[in-house]
Design a protein around this ligand. Sequence first.
Ligand SMILES: Nc1ncnc2c1ncn2[C@@H]1O[C@H](COP(=O)(O)OP(=O)(O)OP(=O)(O)O)[C@@H](O)[C@H]1O
Ligand SMILES: [Mg+2]
Length: 322
Amino acid sequence: MSLLEIKHLSVQFETRDSVIKAVNDLDLTIEAGQTLGLVGETGAGKTTTALSILRLIQEPPGRIKGGEILFEGKDLLKVSNEEMRAIRGNEISMIFQDPMTALNPIIRVGEQIAEVIRLHENCSKGEAMEKALYMLETVGIRPERSMDYPHQFSGGMKQRVVIAIALACSPKLLIADEPTTALDVTIQAQVLEMMNKLKQQFNTAMLMITHDLGIVAETCDHVAIMYAGELVEYGTIERIFHNPRHPYTNGLFGAIPSLDKDVDRLRPIPGLMPDPAALPKGCKFQERCEYACDKCRENAQMFTEIEPGHFVRCERAVRGEI
Ligand SMILES: Nc1ncnc2c1ncn2[C@@H]1O[C@H](COP(=O)(O)OP(=O)(O)OP(=O)(O)O)[C@@H](O)[C@H]1O
Ligand SMILES: [Mg+2]
């Protein structure tokens, strides 16, 4: 049994004059202890997927239209609110992009970590604080700093505190939504290295959401490329990096500056993602795809296994035409 198995998940946002189809028939699997990278440009539906797993989609305007989110075989979309509260933090926890949204500015950092521990583990105040100090040390912050308030920390340190909180109850799954985007590059590398170490230490599985393929290469076992609410390609890191088959995946790789090629600027994929309130018939990438043909504009594309464990949603790629 997989740790997390999302089947046919569809999520939409219903506003007064439109229906935004943010996630469309999504399938995703994460095995215990493994890291899956979820990659895609802005608006692809990554955060919506993450929030759905924790059942934090605000309804309305959000609505989970269908599907299953099986965590250790149990459908999270069906458990009671009480059970879901126990799962959040204890079994699954999430790191948000901006550390300040997760920290309370008027509570000392040590107390904030201890509070989370006490909420989830049946222990005394003293024991919780002891564990909080240990967690701070684990993420590379001197325990004395537990008496400080969040604003006394640098951006990188704040994000470390958030990670300490997320890992305090040894969750089985950690969802990290762009955990290092707010940080500068050197700090980013340190935080990622630390997350990698902690993941091994605690054997935590991870859903790493990012638009940065460099981060994926450093942290993930598998990668799922998301476009307009769908997966367009999925496979192991090795397969996706050495044999990317979907034109969108290839476009993403083309957008990475390379040291050995003579490129003086990034080559982003021309055009924009389709309006999620008016998705085209057929392939959703057709408007930006240099290979799009009449069939691509007509037929919804199937997610097809082209080699063991490597899936692509592009019929032309499957047929070997591109
Ligand atoms: N509360 C909301 N109300 C209306 N539309 C929403 C809401 N939240 C998300 N959406 C829409 O759903 C789509 C998917 O958004 P989502 O935040 O999941 O994208 P994302 O892949 O996380 O993007 P980013 O990389 O910018 O974080 C977008 O079109 C977005 O505008
Ligand atoms: Mg997002």
